[in-house]
Design a binder for this molecule. Structure first.
Ligand SMILES: C[S@@+](CC[C@H](N)C(=O)[O-])C[C@H]1O[C@@H](n2cnc3c(N)ncnc32)[C@H](O)[C@@H]1O
Length: 251
């Protein structure tokens, strides 16, 4: 399955994601500013986090596997007059000649890595590129704080107004493969325009990692957690938290 189906329409991706991103952006800005840069934003998408950091004057490199997402990030960077650099690359194998004082990986992009070996490759890339006293911040949805039940009946999720001004109703189903720890969401976006009713289906698979498994993976890669939160507004992490947000340093 092509796991980038959700990222083919970056303009509308921003309209869906930006409204819920304020706390995450503020969190990242606070830590990145302390680091003074340079910053690496892995799986940066359209630059929802990278561009605010670049606007603060930090040198930012954003890396993402999706060409449409990177093309849109570049367009926005030009429009904002920032010097952020955006590269199409795979975060599992990314290699740069320099290190970074701050590395971000957010929007639950860690969950796009569907096996432990892929997660380990990414964490090694992070450890290899993190400055001796740099910080790496990422989040992954908490399996014990998430409804992982199969739900084959389509349920309404949210609505928004797309770039053409049409109201889009987003609904979907989910199915969980417990053995592989992979939840697959199927989304349906429905809207009407002059050509009639439109529907677009997309699938995305995400791996869910327990907090103990995560800490073991981080330790093996040479990273340790110095702070942990359950949400971007600094609530402490508990077993019921929706997110596992980890602030990490090199061991
Ligand atoms: C939910 S989006 C998050 C994007 C961005 N961080 C944000 O906050 O909006 C997940 C991103 O991960 C990217 N991605 C998935 N697998 C990747 C990989 N192996 N290397 C780099 N980017 C990847 C996708 O292209 C997509 O842009």
């Amino acid at each position: 399955m092509d796991n980038l189906q959700e990222f083919r329409d970056p303009v509308n991706y921003d309209l869906e994601e930006l409204p819920g991103s304020a706390d995450r952006i503020a969190f990242m800005c606070k830590f990145a500013l302390r680091s003074a840069g340079p910053v690496l934003d892995l799986a940066c998408g359209t630059g929802i986090v990278s561009l605010p950091l670049a606007l603060l004057g930090l040198p930012v490199t954003g890396v993402d596997l999706s060409e449409p997402m990177i093309a849109h990030a570049r367009r926005k960077a030009r429009a904002l007059g920032t010097t952020a650099t955006f590269l199409v690359d795979d975060m599992r194998t990314f290699a740069a000649p320099t290190s970074f004082t701050f590395i971000a990986l957010s929007g639950n992009a860690f969950q796009a890595l569907l096996t432990q070996p892929d997660q380990s490759k990414l964490l090694r890339v992070v450890a290899d590129h993190l400055d001796e006293r740099g910080q790496f911040i990422f989040e992954t949805r908490n399996p014990t704080g998430t409804d992982l039940r199969d739900s084959r009946t389509e349920e309404p999720w949210f609505t928004y107004v797309n770039a053409s001004g049409e109201e889009v109703k987003v609904s979907g189903t989910q199915s969980y493969d417990k053995g592989r720890q992979i939840l697959t969401w199927t989304s349906y976006r429905r809207w009407s325009n002059d050509d009639g009713q439109q529907v677009r289906r997309s699938d995305i698979a995400c791996r869910f990692t327990e907090v103990d498994e995560l800490d073991a993976l981080l330790a093996t890669a040479g990273l340790r957690v110095t702070q942990r939160y359950g949400s971007w507004d600094y609530r402490p992490f508990t077993s019921c938290s929706e997110e596992i947000i980890s602030v990490c340093e090199r061991t």
